[in-house]
Design a protein around this ligand. Structure first.
Ligand code: GLU
Length: 489
């Protein structure tokens, strides 16, 4: 083959959303292709007609696009090796199945589902593995062809009785299988649909796939696929890289009960796509340094299959959350303000079409919280009091801070001094509060906290002085008055 640029594929079965595991397979294929200047093919394996849906295709594509994993060939893109939906390639599979039938490497099987079930049961009772007994394997060709005109049948691969299949896996090293232990598996179902193993091999060959990168839950399929390559005269074999599974913190395979598993759920929860992609990249791949935050381009530059580990990796939501916070901090303020805007609009705190002044105020508020946000929707509770006077006082904060003896007189004095303060900035407010503390012989905290509780209703929040500056004199003075009234009541 003259063509040396690698070609890889992501081949989802559209039976549900794009999950973390699938996203990781897609990401590793994508990074491998982009790093090497190769091509990524997206192929939809939709031959399971009962479980495949067009909504699932949509969800998967949306998930890939959200993560910014674009493909060179496939749905919505086209390409020279299409069609990219397996159900649009049925004649192709038919042709290759016939080729295997003609060369005796496959045979028709007329055993009915009931017969097969009875055989399985008998094998089980006899303590034997439930392998097909090859009853139809030696039917004469003419008889088989004649029966096929009248009877439903499947096509089975005629598994060699002996021999060893050795996979030289890029991640796992050498993995061996004995052909004699494998079944005469079905390659074409009655009704003309190919099975996964068969369709995948035909497509991987025709789409000129050079590297098959997928989860190691597929490794038991690989010897069957290699034998199909050989039986069909397809060469050279692609290289294989089987990645170990991602587990939940409890050591069980990642599933719904570990929390969100679909990529779009993370979008809805307010994660940033680059943070999710960065985190997923570290599920099994390690850069060989302690660096954890990688931009999209850095991931492409650094990725290699040689650095994909053999042991299972653990999905740690806490770490993902931390990483999301890192990405929020890295986001330019104007961009972040746009990202959180929909949440503030939905909460009724800001209008969709804001004036220039309102936009600047909202950006200043977001800037105060940027350091502390972990998820985009956190913005609503963190900043509510900036946008509405209808915030409540935290009960514990009120009890602890506002019932101190010095507070009523102090706040009354502060109200007047803040009204007259010129200019009204973080610096002048800070100087004023420190001078008040000194004058009254109270601790700095005793001067700061009552103002914080008055203007925000709580004890925690961004830097007091900056918060007060952003709120502005009018709001601050009105809120101090409101606290005084509540104290008197
Ligand atoms: N459709 C298969 C799946 O989603 C593809 C497996 C493979 O990559 O060969 O598991």
């Amino acid at each position: 083959m003259a063509n040396t640029a690698p070609r890889v594929r992501f081949a989802p079965s559209p039976t549900g959303h794009l999950h973390i595991g699938g996203a990781r397979t897609a990401l590793f294929n994508y990074l491998f292709a982009r790093h090497a200047g190769g091509s990524l093919v997206l192929r939809v394996e939709d031959t399971d007609q009962e479980r495949s849906t067009s909504e699932a295709v949509r969800h998967i594509i949306d998930g890939l696009r959200w993560l910014k994993l674009d493909w060179d060939e496939g749905p919505e893109t086209g390409g020279a090796h299409g069609p990219y939906f397996q159900t649009e390639r049925l004649e192709i599979y038919d042709k290759y199945a016939n080729r295997l039938l003609a060369t005796g490497k496959a045979y028709r099987c007329f055993c009915t589902p009931a017969e097969l079930a009875a055989k399985r049961e008998a094998a089980q009772k006899a303590g034997q593995p439930p392998k097909y007994d090859k009853a139809c394997r030696d039917l004469p060709a003419d008889q088989s062809a004649r029966r096929a005109e009248a009877e439903p049948c499947v096509v089975r691969f005629a598994m060699p009785e002996t021999g060893e299949i050795v996979i030289d896996d890029i991640v796992k090293g050498e993995v061996k299988f004995q052909a004699g232990l494998l079944d005469d598996f079905v390659i074409m179902k009655s009704g003309g649909m190919p099975t996964y193993n068969f369709a995948a091999v035909v497509d991987d060959y025709l789409m000129e796939i050079t590297h098959i990168i997928r989860g190691d839950d597929h490794i038991s399929n690989t010897p069957r696929q290699i034998l199909l390559y050989e039986a069909l005269g397809f060469a050279p074999l692609p290289k294989f890289a089987h990645m170990s599974m991602t587990l939940g913190p409890d050591g069980a395979r990642l599933s719904k009960r570990h929390g969100a598993t679909s990529v779009m759920e993370y979008k809805e929860q307010g994660y940033l796509p680059d943070a999710v992609a960065n985190y997923i990249a570290l599920l099994g791949w390690s850069p060989g340094s302690t660096q954890e935050i990688f931009s999209h381009d850095e991931l492409i530059a650094e990725f290699s299959l040689e650095r994909v580990g053999r042991s299972p990796n653990i999905f740690d939501t806490e770490k993902l959350l931390w990483m999301n916070g890192e990405y929020i901090r890295k986001t330019p303020l104007a961009e972040l303000a746009e990202m959180v805007k929909p949440y503030l609009v939905e909460a009724g705190l800001i209008a969709d079409d804001m004036s220039t002044v309102e936009t600047a105020y909202a950006a200043a508020v977001v800037a105060l919280e940027q350091e502390r946000l972990k998820l985009l929707p956190d913005i609503v509770d963190a900043t509510r009091f900036f946008f509405t006077d209808d915030y409540s006082y935290d009960e514990a904060a009120w009890q602890k801070i506002m019932t101190q003896e010095h507070v009523p007189a102090y706040l009354t004095d502060l109200r007047d001094k803040l009204s007259a303060l010129e200019p009204f900035t973080a610096e002048t407010v800070e100087a004023l509060l420190r001078a008040e503390a000194e004058e009254r012989g109270i601790k700095a905290a005793q001067a700061f906290h009552p103002l914080r509780v008055s203007v925000s209703g709580r004890m925690q929040g961004p830097s007091l002085f900056h918060m007060v500056e952003v709120l502005g004199r009018d709001r601050v003075v009105a809120r101090v008055k409101r606290a005084i009234t509540k104290l008197r009541a």
